[in-house]
Design a protein around this ligand. Structure first.
Ligand code: CDP
Ligand code: CDP
Length: 227
């Protein structure tokens, strides 16, 4: 064993998962895996090919041919799909608006979950998503369920926007609430807090405070299990 653990971070959109997970990984010298980016990359590919979420056999067949690669980068993480850098395109409103529909497809989830488990086999991974603590890595040594009020989450996303996109805070709040609802109500591994996860409400916390809290928690757990 290499003395490393796996850290699972789940929660709704805008809770701060990816920002925090990346910084926690940096602090622990672990690898960061953004599973949302994988669902987004698949979605972008299907939109380009004109395959709708209802065309399940086509979706599954196309997904099998996709090679999604996540690479660490000084300003975040780069996402490659069949060798093409799709880092910015997967964040478009078009992808964001429909990704949860593709993410409901059972066979698609099986394929991505398989890849995600492979990535975590050697431990030392901080993985964020919706079903990491419940389904992908049920044995993760550290499980965090990160939340924040929907108003705060919409505001955080609003601040990231380019004003030229012309989206209002109300629109964003509605978009986020709709996506949360789809993610929470789907049949296959819905967004849900694992029984053994630690809940962290970040509504009034800064990024730095959240990162510190999780890193200290990881240090404590590592001591407890004697790694
Ligand atoms: O960053 P944001 O919270 O907006 O979303 P994301 O983490 O990039 O995830 C985009 C979508 O992918 C989610 O709304 C889910 O529908 C889906 N997803 C999932 O089903 N399971 C995961 N482990 C990660 C994302
Ligand atoms: O990955 P997820 O959708 O959960 O959220 P994110 O993309 O990491 O965070 C959404 C935005 O909120 C980012 O611009 C973060 O910088 C910001 N944020 C914040 O202001 N305070 C926090 N405690 C966490 C994130």
């Amino acid at each position: 064993e290499n003395g490393k653990m796996n850290v699972a971070i789940d929660g709704p959109a805008g809770a701060g998962k990816s920002t925090v997970a990346r910084l926690v990984a940096e602090s622990l010298a672990y690898i960061y895996v953004d599973t949302g980016a994988m669902y987004r990359a698949v979605t972008l590919h299907m939109l380009r090919k004109g395959i709708s979420p209802e065309d399940v056999p086509e979706v599954l067949q196309e997904t099998q041919k996709l090679v999604i690669d996540l690479q660490p980068d000084p300003d975040g993480q780069k996402v490659f799909c069949n060798g093409e850098d799709v880092t910015s395109e997967i964040r478009s409103r078009e992808v964001t608006g429909i990704v949860s529909r593709y993410a409901q497809i059972e066979g698609l989830r099986t394929q991505l979950v398989d890849t995600q488990r492979q990535m975590a086999l050697r431990k030392g991974v901080v993985m964020d998503g919706r079903d990491i603590g419940t389904t992908v890595l049920p044995d993760a040594e550290v499980k965090i369920f990160m939340t924040a009020s929907v108003e705060e989450r919409a505001l955080r996303r609003f601040k990231e926007l380019d004003p030229s996109e012309g989206l209002t805070l109300q629109q964003l709040e509605r978009d986020i609430a709709t996506r949360d609802k789809l993610d929470e109500s789907r049949e296959i591994s819905p967004l849900r807090c694992a029984e053994d996860a630690t809940v962290l409400d970040t509504t009034k916390m800064s990024i730095h405070e959240v990162v510190d809290k999780i890193v200290s928690y990881c240090t404590m757990v590592r001591g407890e299990i004697g790694l």
